[in-house]
Design a protein around this ligand. Structure first.
Ligand SMILES: *Cc1c(COP(=O)(O)O)cnc(C)c1O
Length: 403
């Protein structure tokens, strides 16, 4: 196996890998549950969970078993043929989401692209919007992925600069402002695409009733509501999907990340027949979408979430963790705000405390991995299998660094 030191590995990556990330200076060589380990054998609590892709914990035995068992039988067929896993996974995900149909892709960005294509095609074929006039409403500080079309409606210059010309057809309005949505709607509006909580923006939680308001506006105006649950879904916020904190029924559910159990990229879009039915053979697809290996992993990933009641666990552990962080906030001048839902938590620092990076670096030195988002916010999002004792151990380190 690999005998190189952390420093050597980082040097090699720096030399040969494109610099499209700015990782914390830690190399992970091994992982289990909430724990990761570097080549020198130092252990860390993972409080990022690969941006919520390992909600089930690293290398969950049931998911790894599904991966290995399926790898021994069949891995890829393409959709030129049927395979014996995709139908079963489609049925399972349909029952889980309460939507009639599923379209499988691989990465989150591909699922978002699929939702955009769905809303547009539905707009032309069903709503009868004039050719090439369809508009989709999106929100400032959104994060929906990295493709050219998706960064076309980003408001983050880092994500967007020098990638033009951009895809038209998106109206960007402020998040958490229903009046702005009412004003933005017109006869060409085919969809509203929203993150129930804006994760990358720094765990921005909208007011209670916001999603309900969006759903009402969409319903009244014959517009599709698409929720991007790629980060918030699969129990992260204390419900299976974050939109379930409000009593709404979105038209389109976009899923990714933890659907693959931290093992394999699996993403999907769920919607009813009157919406996803707009696709005909040849109009959309993916070579790996619906591959048997991904389907087997995704089915096991869902089973783990349900069997281990990880939504309830995220709610319970999240409220404990958040209350501990709020206690700390009262005792320190560094923390401005603690916000979030379930185990998706953002700690906003006062500018006088200095940038978040120095604190994530200090936490790393103490054996806790988390990542800053923007300059002043630290996101804590551990695997949902975390225990109260683990949180107590993590809080000790957090108190030492942020107290
Ligand atoms: C991560 C993420 C995406 C993109 O997923 P990728 O798998 O990185 O393409 C899209 N939307 C949200 C809300 C995300 O958190």
């Amino acid at each position: 196996m690999n005998k190189l030191s952390s420093q050597e590995l980082m040097d090699i990556e720096h030399r040969y890998g494109a610099h499209n990330y700015h990782p914390l200076e830690v190399v992970i060589a091994k992982a289990e549950g909430i724990w990761v380990e570097d080549p020198e054998g130092k252990r860390y609590i993972d409080m990022l969970s690969a941006y919520s892709a390992v909600n089930q914990g690293h290398r969950h035995p049931a998911i790894i078993k599904a991966l290995k068992d399926q790898a021994d039988i069949l891995t890829l067929t393409s959709r030129a043929f049927f395979n014996d896993r995709w139908p079963i996974f489609a049925k399972k995900l349909s029952e889980l989401t309460g939507k009639e149909m599923i379209l499988p892709m691989n990465t989150g960005a591909e699922a978002v692209e699929t939702a955009i294509k769905t809303m547009r095609k539905w707009g032309y074929l069903v709503k009868k919007v004039d050719a090439d006039k369809a508009e989709i409403i999106v929100f400032s500080d959104n994060f929906h992925g990295r493709t050219t079309t998706i960064v076309s409606f980003s408001t983050d210059p880092l994500a967007k600069d020098n990638y033009g010309p951009f895809t038209p057809g998106f109206k960007i309005i402020p998040y958490n402002d229903l009046k702005a949505v009412e004003k933005a709607v017109n006869n060409n509006t085919v969809g509203i695409m929203v993150e129930p909580i804006q994760g990358e923006a720094g765990v921005v939680v909208p007011d209670d009733g916001y999603l309900k308001g969006l759903s009402a506006i969409a319903g009244k105006n014959n517009i599709l509501l698409a929720v991007d649950e790629i980060q918030t879904g699969f129990c992260r916020t204390g419900k299976l999907f974050a939109y379930q904190h409000e009593d709404i029924d979105p038209d389109i559910i976009i899923m990714g990340k933890a659907l693959g159990g931290g093992v394999f990229p699996v993403s999907a879009v769920a919607a009813n027949q009157d919406v996803l039915g707009v696709f005909k053979p040849g109009s959309h697809g993916s070579t790996f979408g619906g591959n048997p290996l991904g389907c087997a992993v995704a089915m096991a990933s869902i089973d783990v979430l349900l069997d281990e009641k990880l939504a309830e666990r995220a709610a319970e552990m999240g409220s404990y963790f958040m209350s501990q962080l709020k206690d700390l906030q009262k005792k320190t001048t560094k923390i401005k705000l603690v916000r979030g839902k379930g185990l998706l938590i953002g700690v906003v620092l006062h500018e006088s405390a200095g940038k978040a990076r120095q604190y994530t670096t200090a936490l790393k030195a103490k054996g806790l991995l988390c990542k800053e988002t923007h300059d002043w916010i630290i996101r804590f999002a551990p695997p949902l299998v975390i225990t109260k004792a683990d949180i107590d151990a993590a809080m000790e380190k957090i108190r030492e660094v942020l107290g």
